[in-house]
Design a protein around this ligand. Sequence first.
Ligand code: SF4
Length: 492
Amino acid sequence: MNEKKQIDNILLVMPEIPSWKVGARELVRAFFPNAAIQFNKDTDDNKDILILKVSIQSDKLVMTAKQFGNKIQQKSYDDIKRPIVSKKFKGFFYRFLSELTKRSLPWGCLTGIKPVKMAQEILDANNNDWAQSKQSFQRAFDVSKEKTDLAFNIAKVEAPFIHVKERNKVSVYIGIPICPAKCTYCSFVSTIADKKGKLCSEYMNILINEINRFSLFIQEHKLIIDTLYIGGGTPSVLTAEQIQRLLETLTEKFNLSNLREFTFEAGRPETTTLEKLETLHHYHVNRICLNPQSMNDSTLQAVGRLHSADDICEKFAMIKKVGFESVNMDLIVGLNDETPEMFFSSLEQVIALHPENLTVHSLAIKKGARLREQKGCGLHQLYSKEFYDEISQRLESSGYHPYYLYRQKYAQGNGENIGYCLDGKEGIYNMLMMAEKQTIIGIGAGATGKVYHPENNRFDKVYTVKDLRTYNQRAEEVIDNKLMAYFKYFNA
Ligand code: SF4
């Protein structure tokens, strides 16, 4: 393979098996992040394109790579057991690509977004035999030792928090998918607040109605609320009065005496005021999210944030003065093609504030993000392994340890998002979300819920409409459908 030349176009010629095609696309994207991928098209072999062909020939799986019309690699995997499940196929295809590119990926052929959950499941299957579980994880997916250790260390931290025995213990997520302005990298379906506040007040009325309906359901089914999370969007875009009304309703209608955690996302500092924070504190919110994303003003401006780094410091001091137990702060690697030095400058400034939780995201430019129209899903700034290692070293030497992790499609450098925390300050809802071992009741637009079936360790999603205007127009029908899904689950 011509290693010096960047691969811009890749054609995959393979059987029409949907799960194989998904797996193949994910792996090709991980090895060749900037290449356009096509499937099963006619093409001229001599064109400047890398052709990867997969075929099943009697009891063999054959993989071939051609570039500029020349066969550059062929592998055949013999005595394949049928049927070839997608997980097995991915393993073979990963090894083929790894030999072709002479590179291995830190997460091997594991392209799913929840590797820690996978580690937990392997541990459960092996009766918590750590050595054996790690070995099977590493072997099954070709994951590096370093990532295996990371996934298993996080699984260990999470274990005491996520195994909730009672089926009637649930978490509640309340969605406020409204923002003051759109960040260029955002693909989340959030609506921009209008100046007169009409959208927020209309949404609040409908949301309160949904909370009332769910409160009856929760009481009737004797559900215990374990954690409560008000997320967005930007929930702090609501006025102090609206926040007060929301929290008063929750306190009045729900029994919050068993809460292990109550989080409110006040992600953008320009929306946060002392009055709002005092209201949140009065109603026993104990965890606040304040997200700088970067502490470089030029980056903040370039990505459509309406605040400066100084605003973050000012609001952080205000949050601490009001007296919240825990603050989470997010940073994103790769925003505006920041250099490593720029990222470390942000990291040091945030560490100096000493928040209880610090989450480091890898920029992922997904469909729907404005940035994707501007530059596709590829990025110009590439970061080395040493750069990522230094992030964790700096955090760990400042008293932080990783407590939750997830991966995203299109993530910069095929990296992951890692939540770090000070000792004893784990963000519980985050861990529950990733572990998927508890039922989550989602209330509001875009609030996808989950019902967990412990008998077979399976969960089903409870979908809802994402778009706020559709939710506002069809609220009764949307709420009926959601309640029906939870009703079926709790009455099964
Ligand atoms: S604040 Fe969050 S949800 Fe809102 S536009 Fe920015 S990234 Fe998206």
